[in-house]
Design a protein around this ligand. Structure first.
Ligand SMILES: [Zn+2]
Length: 375
């Protein structure tokens, strides 16, 4: 009996050992799994990416590489391709919906990782997706290496350079300023108020573009009939500037400030009747194309001299306006770029930092905007 009992006991022990061993293995695996997920997360990977990395057996590979946003995106993407892994790691990340699928397509077309980084950096999801469908383009980096290049303008760069033979940087600058388009044809229409907005013959403010912080300029500074409104910060900067000028015996006045879309319609019609189309084309901004609608521009006058260009106030403004954040918006030497004949009286407020840069580098606001503010 005793023998039988013992035999039974030992045969019952076997499954227990196996079960214990299995449980132990599970515990160890689960422990390592969570431990590794934790390590990957502390490197900067998302939980979803960390799990995918472990299931694809890339834990050691990723631990060697460290943080990499493109890899993070790749591991959570349905478009992940194992063969492209090394290349994903070398491509600059950008937050685009079809990033990995587009990278795969561009790699298929034979683009290098550097070229793909440029394509992604200079495009948005839509333009990169379109570009990835095209046949391979050679020397893409010639234009896209320019800081402010835009992938969406690529074909225009090629066409413009063929016509004008400018270097890549000039070509990108001019095309981004729409020099390859007719004035007033197919302009960009802008609705939302923005202190830094660029308005020119290719960029039109809509009738809905209305500044929200207008103040009335103090009567003592106004050289015009009726009240003049302007954006609050511009008024402040103007008062500072006028006070500084007055210490040198000069009297800066304002002859025009904010003009609504409707005001500009009236002005255009008046000048058209008085002086004809040619004058209007050269000197009068059409509705929506006037910088005065931004409430960031002032026409400045001298209290004593009627032609501002001939006044001492003008000479003073040339040397000092930038210190108060103002720039001469349409200088004589830049008529080809602004598209406007020189207006000695018209100043745009852009803030001190930008005004200083523009003055020191002898450029226009059109160029500054395209190089630094346009996205
Ligand atoms: Zn003006």
């Amino acid at each position: 009996m005793t023998r039988k009992k013992l035999k039974l006991k030992s045969s019952a022990k076997k499954p227990l050992v196996i079960v214990s061993a299995i449980i132990l293995i599970i515990v160890i695996v689960v422990f390592f799994y969570f431990n590794r997920v934790g390590e990957l997360k502390s490197l900067g990977y998302s939980e979803e990416a960390a799990k995918s990395i472990i299931f694809k057996f890339k834990y050691s590979y990723i631990m060697d590489i460290g943080e990499n946003e493109t890899l993070n995106a790749a591991f959570i993407s349905d478009d992940y391709i194992d063969d492209n892994l090394d290349k994903y790691a070398k491509i600059e990340y950008d937050n685009q919906e079809h990033l990995i699928s587009n990278i795969n397509k561009l790699l298929d077309k034979g683009y290098s990782v550097n070229e793909i980084s440029l394509i992604i950096d200079k495009g948005d999801d839509e333009s990169v997706t379109e570009f990835a469908k095209r046949d391979r383009v050679k020397n893409i980096d010639e234009f896209l290496s320019v800081d402010f290049a835009k992938l969406a303008n690529y074909d225009r760069y090629v066409a413009y350079q063929e016509l004008n033979n400018d270097d890549a940087e000039t070509t990108v600058l001019y095309v981004n300023m729409d020099f390859d388009k007719e004035d007033y044809v197919d302009p960009l229409v802008i609705d939302d108020f923005d202190d830094y907005v660029l308005v020119n013959k290719h960029r039109q403010l809509s009738g809905k573009y209305v500044p929200d912080d207008l103040v009335t300029i103090d009567e003592e500074y106004v050289k015009a009939d009726g009240e003049i409104e302007i954006e609050r910060n511009v008024a402040k900067a103007f008062y500072d500037m006028a006070d500084a000028a007055s210490k040198e015996g000069l009297e800066l006045m304002v002859s025009s400030g904010y003009r609504s879309y409707e005001d500009q319609e009236e002005i255009t019609n008046t000048y058209l009747e008085l002086y004809g189309q040619n004058y209007v084309d050269n000197y009068v901004a059409k509705p929506g194309f006037s910088e005065h609608q931004t409430a960031m521009s002032l026409d400045i006058a001298s209290k004593s001299v009627n032609t501002f260009l001939e006044s001492n106030e003008y000479v003073w403004m040339m040397d000092n306006a930038y210190k108060y954040g103002f720039i001469l918006r349409y200088p004589k030497s830049k008529e080809d770029i602004t598209g406007y004949k020189c207006e000695a009286w018209h100043y745009r407020y852009v803030g001190k930092k930008i005004a200083k840069y523009i003055k020191e580098n002898n450029i226009t606001y059109d160029e500054y905007y395209v190089m630094f503010l346009d996205d």
